[in-house]
Structure formats: C-alpha cells, structure tokens
Design a protein around this ligand. Structure first.
Ligand code: CUA
Length: 181
C-alpha cells in the first residue's frame, strides 16, 4: 500500500470512530433527558434587573403563589445573594404549577428536592417552566449555581400541600407563601 492509501484508510477509521463517539453522546443526552424528564429550555424573555423590584410581576407584592382567574397555579420568585424571595414556596400536589423566576444580581438556580423542577436564574432573563409535584410533603430548594461565598447557605423550602388544603388556603385570594410571620 502506498503512503497515500495508508493515510486514507486511517482517516476513514477515525471518521467512523468520531461518528460513533458523537452517536454515543447524542444517545446519552436523549436517554438522560427522557429518563429524568428534564425541562426543555424556555423561550427567551428578558427583563431589566435594575427596575424589576419597582413595578411589574416581580415587585415584592407579586412574589409567591397565586391561583389565576383561569384556575392555573403560578409561582413568582426572585433569587439574590443569598436568598430566595419568598423563602418558603407553597404549592399544591398533583396539579400543574408554573414557575416564573429571575435573578437580581448574579446567576443563581434551584432544584426542588428530587423532582424535575430545576432551573437557572440569570439576571436579565425570566425563566419559566411548568411541573407538578406528585406527593404532598416538604422539600428543600437549594441554589445550585455557585453565586458567591454565601452560596452554600442559599436555599428555600417548598411546602407541597394536598390539593384540597391548598385550594382552601387559596380561597382567601392574594399571594401565598409559607414564610412564617
Ligand atoms: Cu445563589 Cu448559589
């Protein structure tokens, strides 16, 4: 075999190996995405982090859980060094809950216990996802993006109430949270 043929054969071998590596990685992404029911990235929605506390959906009075006129459960929250607002999020079990969140300073994120509620909160962007929590109970909601020296102490609680109990609480209207007052 001439040197050119040897080189061509080697190139071909590597093309197959690289193809196999790419196929394996794609298969792993598809498997883990489906297996863990990971969320697709939400559409790009921007917000000015310098003014979000002044008015609009992320003003303090609008944070927490609310049941809309359409019966849909919506949680609005913000993350900042080193806490979430609200610090205790109340949600119903067994029905869809939509989260909308953003960060005021640096990149944060959260995951709720062992559920697929898992999102990054980036200043300037609104993150949104819808999930449901099958069982009532309490879960921890730690920040999972390194955000500074206080990162390890940044977490909130999620209180998942039985549907009837949640709905009874929601009857009073307004924003709900389980922060002790
Ligand atoms: Cu916020 Cu880590």
């Amino acid at each position: 075999m001439s040197a050119v043929n040897v080189a061509a054969a080697a190139e071909k071998r590597w093309a197959w190996i690289v193809g196999a590596i790419i196929a394996t990685i794609i298969a792993m992404m598809v498997f883990t995405g489906i297996h863990w029911s990971s969320m697709p990235p939400s559409r790009v929605e921007t917000i000015d982090p310098r003014t979000l506390h002044l008015s609009g959906e992320f003003a303090e009075g609008n944070l927490g859980t609310a049941v809309g006129a359409d019966g849909k459960v919506m949680v609005r929250l913000i993350a900042q060094q080193y806490s979430f607002e609200p610090q205790c999020v109340v949600v119903p079990a067994g029905m869809p809950v939509t989260f909308r969140g953003t960060a005021t300073d640096v990149i944060h994120g959260f995951v709720v216990g062992r559920t697929n509620a898992n999102v990054m909160l980036i200043p300037g962007y609104v993150a949104t996802f819808t999930t449901s929590f099958p069982r009532a109970g309490d879960e921890l909601m730690p920040c999972h993006e390194y955000c500074g020296p206080g990162h390890a102490a940044m977490w909130a609680h999620v209180q998942i109430l039985p549907r009837e109990e949640f709905m009874a609480k929601a009857k009073a209207g307004g924003r709900m949270s389980c922060v002790r007052r």
